[in-house]
Ligand binder design. Sequence first.
Ligand code: ANZ
Length: 957
Amino acid sequence: MSETNTAAAAETAAPHRYTAAMAADIEARWQDFWDADGTYAAPNPTGDLAGDPEVAARPKKFIMDMFPYPSGAGLHVGHPLGYIATDVYARHQRMTGHNVLHTLGFDAFGLPAEQHAVATGTHPRVSTEAAMDNMKRQLRRLGLGHDKRRSVATIDPEYYKWTQWIFLQIFNSWYDADAKRARPIAELVAAFEDGSREVPGGRDWAALSAAERADVLGEYRLAYASDAPVNWCPGLGTVLANEEVTADGRSERGNFPVFKSKLRQWNMRITAYADRLLDDLDALDWPDAIKLQQRNWIGRSEGARVDFKVGESDAITVFTTRQDTLFGATYMVLAPEHELVDTIVPAAWPEGTHEVWTGGHATPAEAVAKYRAFAASKSDVERQADAKEKTGVFTGAFALNPVSGEKVPVFIADYVLMGYGTGAIMAVPAHDSRDFAFARAFELPMRCVVQPSDDRGTDASTWDEAFASSEAKLVNSANDEISLDGLGVVEAKARMTDWLSERGIGEGTVNFRLRDWLFSRQRYWGEPFPIVYDEDGIAHPLPESMLPLELPEVDDYSPRTFEPDDANTSPETPLSRNEDWVNVELDLGDGVKKYRRETNTMPNWAGSCWYQLRYLDPHNSDKLVDPAIEQYWMGPRESMPTGGVDLYVGGAEHAVLHLLYARFWSKVLFDLGHISSAEPYHKLYNQGMIQAYVYRDGRGFPVPAAEVEERDGKFFFEGEPVKRELGKMGKSLKNAVTPDEICTEYGADTLRLYEMAMGPLDVSRPWDTRAVVGQYRLLQRLWRNIVDEATGEVTVTDAEPDEATLRALHKAIDGAGGDLAGLRFNTAIAKITELNNHLTKTGGPLARPVAEQLVLLMAPLAPHIAEELWRKLGHTDSVVHRAFPVADPAYVVDEAVTCVVQVKGKVKARLEVPPAISDDELEKLALADEAVVAALGGAGIRKVIVRAPKLVNIVPA
Ligand code: ANZ
């Protein structure tokens, strides 16, 4: 008989067997039921909860997935791994007495839709909404228990109204470093007015013009416009991120020249929060690796600033973390862009200038100009690459080392970055590897000031590499006033810092790697800034009543492009061409005046910085979020002093940017009193990736994975052998599998089980469509254990379950319950499978309580079949809010096993012990046994051999 015939025959014999067709029917019915019933609606404390003290008394769980971008390509089976996991967890939490808030919205602004719009003329909203609809359909099919009333999309004006509102809060506040918190800018203005705070430069606030006041406040605001050096690409008409610029200074897309150009851009003063962003990490339940990445990104360095005199009146201030090595500073380097460079460059090379220092140029000015042009074409990352050859030129100037009194040459070189520290360094070639390489290339002197711990000696000119250590002792470091010789590095640093500050030529300082966040984009498909400029160019915030400021309709979604080589151009954003929208007459409180709107848009990250708050209260038109609601779902608790979401699941790729930006916005909103949680996400969990096999033909091109055949462990496509490797899943590697295909073939419950059973959630694992059937069979056996496949009737009896079944049941409840709460879904499934197999093997109808508990156990993982069986078992309510089974401890402990205790090879005692007993425990029990003590007769013990739980062998001394 052919396979189809077998299946057809089976179906006639068993018309009520669990099949894909039946799963499709069950799943669609329950999905409709849940939607109509509002089964997953999470009650709010001010609304639904207020009248129900029993519900209000329950503990809460706010469970979130990272905000998805609705891609036009739809989902493949790798995407929902995290969504299924949070859903299973949320379902288990509901069944263990929690009020659960779980929903999913869309982070829907973004470049792909805009590029599609540029290419096709379709409005990005149209393609984005189509993509969202498709994704919602795909997600609904998986049976995810989301509170759909709370779903939001960042592109909805009702949502971005609040993104703009938050921008205004940030714009209208400043960081009070003494109080260590943000405060309204009006309080700063008041302090300038009444003189309780000095206006920078000691000026009189009342005497300042409006423009001057705006400039002063711009130095304080947490959102401010500044002239930032950016990668300007005239050929594309847009500013690019460092990552989008190639090694030879061209745009990755289109290969156009890129120029470092100063453009007026919005920034967020995240640096003001550097310390708090670091300190508060301690209170968060996040993977250590992510915390470490955030710490490194913030990059706190303790060191000193030191002034080196140049000429009569100028000084170069350097930032160093090794002020102890100041005696070893034999030259200096400025970043090529450093503003002092122009001041210090002399007209001609000084007498005796080393040939290699000049780069072959006739004058220092020429050398500097040439080198600057060269450096401008590189990204910061390339400039810092350790392995690269060191380049630079002498400026023609010398500075004075403040401790050795030596004249040291001042260079410019690209390995020193303008954006870090002071943009200038003292170079200590003996003890810094980059300085060492540079000094070798430019034949500069080196002085050893830290005694090497190996046998290379203290003549640095003979070394092959720098000696870097923070544990060795200082040498060659004394003048008439200070000696560090013999001191350890830590003490020498402290001594040097004191000495420098006493003389007013330096001070201890903390430096951060973190930079302010560049917040402008020259794009259409983003949130417009709620900012207008008056005729003097002063920025004014729009009043809240004018929000949302909606995106205007435009004809052309692309920015204006220019001659690729024309560096003297500046971006013209898609919004700027819309004169009617840009030029407005508004009354901002002082009569109707003419204004120009800001025409940049906000970056992609803006909408995802605060979305957790909107999930809480998505339809509130007066407030970002009702404080009582925020307090209930996210407020601090004893176990989470900074508050936040209870569980946040997503990929590790968001370690820094999104998570740092969201933390920053939370802190500003917290400081200003809008929310009670100082952190957005208390517990973070990174799920692994679903990988997929990629099959490549002889030329290395991927072939469609679905059409590859396996024979004897070898793989063939259209008869030709192909090579198999592991890779990402996706269209380009021709190995995408969609959840829709699997749902059609087996049902969503099978897909859910398979994804959860593949391995521990945080580990990456390869997808294998052929293995999915294993979970399908589990569900078929589950069904068959409760339902008669011929009649469709339930088969349970009212007879008492036997002891072995009760043991199997309660062990499964105990194990699976703990596993579900601990996100160990694969082992939970293994335990439920074991129980189900036991029930299959024992045969006969199940006792009703066993059948019911089995269904409840399965409910978080396979909710559709669980609902259906629950109904068949005669219940009229949904399984979703039923209590998860509780194990009876009497059945959980295993029966005892007998352990034989031998002394000198002879059996002296038999002990009844739990099978899981540890070697240590068993040894203690054996040695305490009366018969054993008697057999040893006070003799010492030479050796104890323990083979838990069955054997202990004691060898007396
Ligand atoms: C002298 C010295 C001696 C240094 C030594 C290091 C080792 P972190 O720890 O990352 O903060 N530096 C300072 N500003 C720089 C800039 N703008 N571009 C490139 N390098 C810069 O690094 C601080 C160290 O990096 C500083 O300490 C400085 O070199 C260098 F044995 O000063 B050090």
